[in-house]
Design a protein around this ligand. Structure first.
Ligand code: HEC
Length: 404
């Protein structure tokens, strides 16, 4: 079989001119940038790795992979990071979780292309083999496209030199000019105004923490933004203190609405499973707490978003159905504080009345956790990243039994 193939190939090459044959020969079976690498970069990497790439709550990819010249120096790092499944960033367990719409994973074949490209001399190949370049939205890096409304924090704020963690609240009311009537929200995207923004919660619009995507409601779902609404920005700034480290911040949020004539059928309800009364023993490498919630009426889960701080180790959402059946809905075995992902269901997840949802968060308060600021202290609930949190956020919509 192999011989026949080779024979056919030689025959075929023999009938071409030598120059063309050389070129063809050189690319046969060889991984090249234009032919093999570009399509994968477009699909899995460039959303972040491009000029003006996605700003996920302050997590901005440090380099761009849109040309051969930009990508080549990173070939080995790319092979390493993708083989280790550290890039693209996605922390849910592949075995245990459901199908999420914003999943960022690659096939083994795709990963192998990067490995082979790096090992075989990072060939450039022929530009004509590359697919059309991806046209990214022009909205100056807004991943939601051109916003209908951009709202800024009502004033600039200076985060002083000696600040390590600072919590600031700013309130203001939407003006008539900003929002003349109630509108259904379709998408919300935050933009931090400086590199020291750790997270933003903007009541009632939502929030971001490092690594979180823009919020885009699935078709037919949304939340209402009322005219004249009072907005409260809860800003958390975090940096290394020191002379000259102070910076100004004025963060902003961009919003897209449903068209005016669209009545959104499924208002989204935001909720959480939260634990406030825990004490993580000093040095404990594996300390867990659980909290549960029983649905008193049927619901459909839209999204999950687990939240802990620097000692966070893993997180799990599990359901026990009324008939006793159990199912792990989301498992994040290696929780990474830098990537606070909201896991959006591809298809909403139906919870019959009486389903019990359990959220488990596990911390590593030992010295083996490289992010642990102090393994010698017991840790309790608190806002600074050096204290801890245990929140299993979720978004859901009302359902009825016919939805089962
Ligand atoms: C959701 C946004 C996002 C996507 C998608 C993404 N990256 Fe990244 N990447 C980042 C950010 C942010 C960093 C820097 C922080 C970090 O290392 O976690 C990074 C860092 C890296 C690094 C490490 C550079 C170093 O300093 O060692 C490599 C290599 C890399 N990415 C390759 C890729 C490849 C290849 C893909 C696609 C297969 C990809 N990334 C997809 C956001 C992304």
């Amino acid at each position: 079989m192999y011989k026949t193939l080779v024979g056919a190939l030689i025959l075929c090459l023999g009938s071409l001119g030598t120059a063309a044959a050389n070129e063809l020969e050189s690319d046969v079976g060889r991984v090249t940038y234009f032919k093999d690498v570009v399509p994968i970069l477009q699909e899995h990497c460039q959303a972040c790795h491009r000029p003006n790439g996605a700003n996920l709550g302050g997590m901005v990819a440090p380099m761009s992979f849109t040309t051969y010249e930009e990508t080549r120096p990173w070939a080995r790092a790319i092979a390493r990071k993708t083989a280790a499944k550290e890039m693209p960033p996605w922390h849910a367990s592949p075995e245990q979780h459901g199908e999420f719409a914003n999943e960022r994973t690659m096939t083994e074949d795709e990963i192998a292309v990067f490995a082979k490209w790096a090992q075989t001399g990072v060939a450039k190949g022929n530009a004509a083999d590359a697919p059309e370049p991806t046209m990214w939205s022009t909205g100056e890096g807004w991943t939601i496209g051109d916003p209908d409304l951009i709202i800024q924090m009502p004033e600039r704020h200076f985060v002083d030199d000696d600040v390590e963690d600072e919590y600031k609240y700013f309130s203001h009311q939407l003006t008539e000019e900003q929002l003349p009537e109630d509108r259904w929200l379709k998408a919300v995207e935050f933009r931090s105004g400086s590199s020291v923004v750790h997270h933003i919660i903007l009541d009632p619009l939502g929030g971001i923490a490092p690594g979180s995507d823009a919020l885009v409601y699935p078709e037919g779902m949304g939340r209402k933004l009322r005219k004249g609404a009072k907005l409260t920005w809860q800003m958390h700034y975090h940096k290394e203190p020191g002379s000259g480290t102070g910076v100004w911040d004025q963060s902003s949020v961009a919003v897209k609405f449903y068209p005016k004539d669209v009545e959104v059928e499924h208002p989204v309800i935001g909720s959480y499973l939260g634990h406030l009364a825990f004490r993580i023993p000093a040095g404990d490498p594996n300390y867990s707490v659980q909290v549960d919630h029983t649905f008193k009426s049927p619901a459909k889960i839209v999204a999950f978003s687990p939240h802990m701080h620097l000692r966070g180790k893993s997180a799990k959402y599990e359901v026990t159905y009324p008939d006793g059946r159990r199912e792990v809905l989301l498992e994040v075995p290696k929780y990474d504080f830098n990537w606070q992902t909201t896991y959006w269901y591809d298809d909403v997840k139906f919870m019959p009345k009486g389903s019990k949802l359990t959220f488990t968060s596990t911390w590593d308060n030992s010295e083996d956790n490289p992010y642990n600021p102090d393994p010698t202290v017991d840790v309790t609930y608190g806002e600074p990243t050096t204290d801890e949190m245990s929140f299993g956020f979720m978004d859901y919509i009302a359902a009825d039994d016919s939805d089962a």
